[in-house]
Design a protein. Structure first.
Length: 206
């Protein structure tokens, strides 16, 4: 199945600027979705399509920073490009530290806009790939039985089979069988690969 074309979300309370930006993007072959406020964006959230957000800094209701914070907390992976008529260094630093892809002044030049959008779409692809890899790892770990999960957790913390057997009150032979099942279900060939999965899923603590 062919993946959908990227969708550029334009969030700006200036209707004239919002519409002119949309025409510019559409003329370059991009799909667009327009929102007059951060609240309108949250009321009709994206459906998981690839894309990015062109976000006005100062708006009625939620401002750009507040919407960025909300999206970060909700786990959104859509890159954000801030657009503002009141650019200043502290604001741009705050935006970038919070994970913004770019910070562009209004009016924005066509070439600068397109370059920023393409970087944002490349960033989305990276994040989507990472998200999918982590999701696949979570599904593998979820396929383990409760006892296999216990064994997996102790294995990646460096426990030997004999130590795990003593801790779980069973035989070393049983632990070896569980360990083999864990490696098979996770699709790994080495202890290092199992540890990598645990690290990526933040399972090493405790």
């Amino acid at each position: 199945m062919t993946p959908p074309e990227p969708l550029i979300h334009v969030v700006d309370d200036d209707a004239s600027f919002r519409n002119s930006l949309a025409r510019l993007l559409q003329a370059a072959g991009y799909r667009t979705a327009l929102y007059e406020s951060g609240d309108a964006f949250l009321a009709n959230p994206p459906a998981g399509e690839p894309g990015c957000i062109l976000l006005d800094m100062q708006m009625n209701g939620l401002n750009g920073f507040q919407l960025q914070e909300h999206l970060t907390k909700s786990g959104s992976i859509l890159p954000i490009i801030f657009l503002t008529a009141h650019a200043n260094v502290p604001a741009s630093v705050q935006a970038m530290r919070a994970g913004a892809e770019d910070f562009l002044p209004k009016p924005v030049g066509k070439e600068a806009l397109f370059e920023s959008v393409e970087r944002a779409l490349a960033r989305y692809a990276e994040r989507r790939g990472e998200h999918d890899r982590l999701d696949a790892m979570r599904k593998l770990v979820a396929s383990l039985t409760p006892r296999e999960t216990e064994v997996f957790t102790l294995i990646v913390r460096g426990k030997l089979n004999k130590q795990i057997a003593n801790e779980l009150g069973t035989s070393e032979r049983t632990i070896k069988a569980h360990r083999h099942a864990v490696m098979r279900k996770l699709g790994v060939q080495s202890f290092a690969e199992a540890v990598l999965i645990a690290e990526r899923l933040d399972l090493m603590r405790g």
